[in-house]
Design a protein around this ligand. Sequence first.
Ligand code: 5GP
Length: 193
Amino acid sequence: MDLLKQKVADDGVVIDEKILKVDGFLNHQIDAKLMHSVGQTFYEQFKEEGITKILTIEASGIAPAIMAALHFDVPCLFAKKAKPSTLTQDVYQASIHSFTKNTTSTVIVSNEFLNEDDRVLIIDDFLANGDASLGLNEIVEQAQAKTVGVGIVIEKSFQPGRERLEQAGLTVSSLCKVASLKGNEVTFVGDEA
Ligand code: 5GP
């Protein structure tokens, strides 16, 4: 995904050594054409896996997830941040710590939309410590469905997310790997001095 890497290099704003802002094409304004090719790349990588559902978390995972769903021709399901009134017996739920907000919230998926026959591709915009993807995988396990893989748009390789997901037995595929965020510079894996 050279196009994605170029976009991150050109439009990404380094907030600090751990956080990259990509509001110009992913997290606020969305570059639909770029997201379309992101979805296509995930499709090429996982098309032999019998994926029946794409699972993400609101809100920033939805753009890449829906484009992946379009290519796989399967539904896109997103975990919702729960309000106490939405917590019923009919939901799968997980507690997820937000890396950017430093808060923990319960996310839910209705049991109407996920079951033991599902083969799930989890998609998210960023991979940092891996809590979001691990929480989504917990929901898949509650449904006795199978997580086939985790597709990430931007992986921050200097954080432990990939290691934690792989330790949990998950296959991780990321389209762009950031090695470091320093000063105003985004350095990619493979391009380090
Ligand atoms: P994790 O759960 O892997 O620690 O963090 C992933 C989640 O946190 C993603 O859903 C994403 O929304 C958010 N996130 C993590 N790191 C960044 C970052 O550098 N920039 C932005 N915009 N979001 C991030």
